[in-house]
Design a protein around this ligand. Structure first.
Ligand SMILES: [Fe+2]
Length: 292
C-alpha cells in the first residue's frame, strides 16, 4: 500500500471540505506523506535570482529563517539582496505555518514553530559519513536536542525553475520498522543520559524515547541490506508541488533535486488528534514501558 496520498489543496489558506479534513488528518497521523500537487509556492520574477547556489555561504547546507528573530543565516550577499531573500523566506514561513493551522486547526494552540529553510544547493553526491547520509532511508531524530516524544512536522515545496523533481524514497510504516529494529537496539545504560548532559553533548537529559529514536535512525542507515530490500517506493515530487509529513515517523530518503523550501513545526503528542499513532506511543506499546 502506498505511503503517499494526494490531496487537491490549491492555496496556502485553504478551507477544505470537512470530509477531506478527516482523511487528511488520518493520513498525516498514520505517518504517510500528504502530496499536494496543486499547491505551488510561487516566486515573483525578481525573486527568481535567488534560485542559485551562489547565495549560500557553503558552511551550512541551508539558508535558514529563524521566526524568533526574523533573521536569516547561511546566506551571503549585499544588504539589499539579503533583505529581499529574508522576506522571501519569511513569506514561505508564514505560508507554511498558515497552511498547517488551516488544515489541522486543533494543532494550532500547541504548535512550536521552528525554522524555515531554503536549500539552493543540489542534494550532494556524497555525504561526509553514513550517519549524515540522508539518501539512506531514515526517520528524523536529533542527537543534541532530546524532544521526549515531541513531533517533527515538516512542510516542503519544490520551487525548481527547470522542472527538476525532488526525488525521495519513502519506506515502510513506522510500526513495521519499529517492530523490525526495536529488538536489536541497545538498551539505554543507567546514568548515560546524565553523563551526556553533563558533558553538554545533549542540551537536556536524553529520554529513553530519544535514545531509541537515535538508535533507530542509525540502525536503519547502517543496514545496507535493509536499504535495498525494505518495502519502499520512489517518489518524484514535481517542481511546483508541495508535501507534508511527520519526518520523525515517515521513513524517507532524499535522493536528488535542487531548490527546496522547508518549514519545521513541533507538536507535543498530546496535541495530536490520535496520540496512539505517535512514534512515542508505538515504541511504548512495543517495549511495554514508559519512554518519556
Ligand atoms: Fe530526514
Amino acid at each position: 500500500m502506498s505511503q503517499i496520498e494526494t490531496f487537491a489543496v490549491a492555496n496556502w489558506s485553504p478551507a477544505p471540505a470537512a470530509a477531506d479534513d478527516q482523511r487528511m488528518i488520518a493520513t498525516l497521523e498514520a505517518g504517510k506523506v500528504l502530496l499536494l500537487p496543486r499547491l505551488s509556492f510561487e516566486l515573483r520574477s525578481d525573486e527568481r535570482r535567488f534560485l542559485d547556489p551562489r547565495w549560500s555561504d557553503r558552511r551550512a547546507k541551508n539558508i535558514s529563517y529563524d521566526p524568533a528573530s526574523a533573521q536569516i543565516k547561511g546566506a551571503i550577499g549585499n544588504s539589499a539582496d539579503l533583505e529581499d531573500l529574508r522576506r522571501l523566506l519569511e513569506r514561505f514561513h508564514l505560508s507554511a505555518v498558515g497552511l498547517i493551522k488551516n488544515l489541522f486547526p486543533a494543532y494550532g494552540p500547541q504548535l512550536r514553530i521552528a525554522r524555515a529553510s531554503f536549500r539552493p544547493l543540489p542534494i550532494a553526491g556524497r555525504a561526509s559519513s553514513w550517519r549524515k547520509d540522508d539518501s539512506r532511508l531514515h526517520v528524523d531524530a536529533f542527537p543534541s536536542r532530546p524532544n521526549r516524544g515531541e513531533r517533527i512536522l515538516r512542510v516542503f515545496a519544490n520551487v525548481n525553475p527547470n522542472s527538476v523533481p525532488r526525488v525521495w524514497r519513502v519506506g515502510e510504516p513506522f510500526a513495521d520498522l519499529a517492530r523490525r529494529f526495536l529488538p536489536k537496539l541497545p538498551r539505554q545504560l543507567p546514568g548515560s543520559a546524565a553523563l551526556l548532559n553533563a558533558l553538554h553533548i545533549t542540551k537536556s537529559p536524553r529520554s529513553a524515547y530519544d535514545h531509541y529514536m537515535l538508535h533507530l535512525h542509525d540502525a536503519m542507515k547502517a543496514d545496507l541490506e535493509y536499504q535495498q530490500t525494505a518495502p519502499q517506493e520512489t517518489v518524484p515530487f514535481a517542481a511546483g508541488c508541495s508535501w507534508i509529513c511527520f519526518s520523525d515517523q515517515t521513513s524517507h530518503a532524499a535522493m536528488s533535486g535542487q531548490h527546496l523550501f522547508e518549514q519545521t513545526l513541533h507538536l507535543p503528542v498530546s496535541g495530536l488528534y490520535d496520540a496512539d499513532s505517535s512514534p512515542l506511543r508505538v515504541l511504548e506499546k512495543l517495549s511495554r514501558r514508559k519512554l518519556a
